[in-house]
Design a protein around this ligand. Sequence first.
Ligand SMILES: Cc1ncc(COP(=O)(O)O)c(C=O)c1O
Length: 558
Amino acid sequence: MPQAGPALAGPDDTRGPCRTLPRSHRRAARRGRDWSHGSAKEEALKTIIEPFRIKTVEPLRMTTPAERRAALAKAEWNLFRIPAEAILIDLLTDSGTGAMSSEQWAGIMRGDESYAGARSWFVFERRVRELTGFRHIIPTHQGRAAERILFSCLGVSGRVVAANTHFDTTRANVEYLGGRAIDIPIAAARRPADEHPFKGNLDLEALEAILGGSEGDVACVIATVTNNSGGGQPASLENLRAASGLCRARGVPFYLDACRFAENAYFIKLREPGQGDRSVESIAREMFSLADGATFSAKKDGLANIGGFLASHDDRLFRLEEELLILTEGFPTYGGLAGRDLEAIAVGLTEVVNEDYLEYRIASVRYLGEGLMRAGFPIVRPPGGHAIYVDSGAFLPHIPPREFPAQALACAFYEEGGIRSVEIGTLMFGGLDPVTREERLAPLELLRLAIPRRVYTQSHMDYVIEVAEEVARRKESLRGFRIVEEAPHLRHFTVRLAPAGGGHGVRGPAKAETVEARDAAAGGSRPAHGATAEAKSAAARTERPGFRGPLPLWERRA
Ligand SMILES: Cc1ncc(COP(=O)(O)O)c(C=O)c1O
């Protein structure tokens, strides 16, 4: 990686795959631990570098600890509420935060902004079809728009959607439409410390049971590749083939949530027997060929700052999707995007399968993971494709899940060094069950440090590791939080928190807005909050899909 800060490491430096490593270590790093079956290319030189150089730079603003403490209190300990200007290293997400290449910027200039039939649409469509093979391609402004259109048109109300792990927006869109999202990862995925090459696999026994009707009618099955909420872990080709076969035998659509398809395909190349000699592009094409459709956020492996698509082979479903697309996103040849975005995505979808890029990408994530482990943090192992996940429940056992240990850690990283990360635990996935109205706990309390693509250098990662060491030194002093106010869906984005145990006066909204209040004002007929679950899901079934949720917008906690 470029050495913006420290001097180049010498040949004996074994701190990580991005430094100069002994050749044997470096080969192991390329191939990925003991499961390696890949025939990684032999090279004369040992250092894995960023396969690009920097043409434009964006200055970072330094802040003091006092400024950061004040920012945290003002944001009510919700890092989404902190202005990006007050962040030094932003590891909140790898979504839409990547740096575009000179070719992508050239595409931006070529963008054709015609309303209908723009040249840029055909460039985009050609690349997506070449890669995925799908007959129907619908451009969307981002991944969640594809999810909403898909679940609305499939009709998930009162039905089950099963996935290795639903991402937060995926789960929320299923539940918003009255469906039930069930996660069926393999057992190893629930054990952060276990090493397993494909923790993103679906549990095939659980899948068979669900397809057999154990949980009700199944609307579709989703493999999230890589599995973001499960540690950025890949699914194997073998597992995808088996899951696809089971779904096809039952006539249930099998979808990929393909946001990080290239990182997943690269792990397959490195780790799966018999795949080492294939190109990432060819592995990716096989992954898509196993699916009946895909949702995609181009903000990840599209290497773009915005965009997405929804794709399938299903003519009938496509007609419904296209109708909803026109109603809510835009005409089918731009779908909520500018022509220039379509160009940038088309180029990104080619650059992302470049294996020099993927080698650097996976190595830089692993470098951070190994540094955090040395600093004493238990992480989800092995390191994922786009992020490192700290098992915060294990790291801070004195903070119970209901007080959000990963959020405590996220705030500590910000306070200590201006680093923004995100809680992926009970704050994100807990909340009130939409049917039972009981408080849910997440299976794991994770802190995710996601690495934007092609943005930070090795010295940035060294800084993050140093901050982590400081946080580890004062871990006993960290305290949890309680919720002051939350939304019923995706509450982590807007939640207001206060330190657990009280003592901090925090502001609520002037007036808690509810859907009933809005509907009453508009003369509407939404089911009242507190109506029975049956009444709510009956109401959801009779509504035209996609426009209304059964729950109030805001809830204040006592
Ligand atoms: C696995 C997964 N699915 C879906 C999405 C939603 O994509 P978007 O943010 O573009 O709506 C994300 C975003 O982070 C994701 O990681």
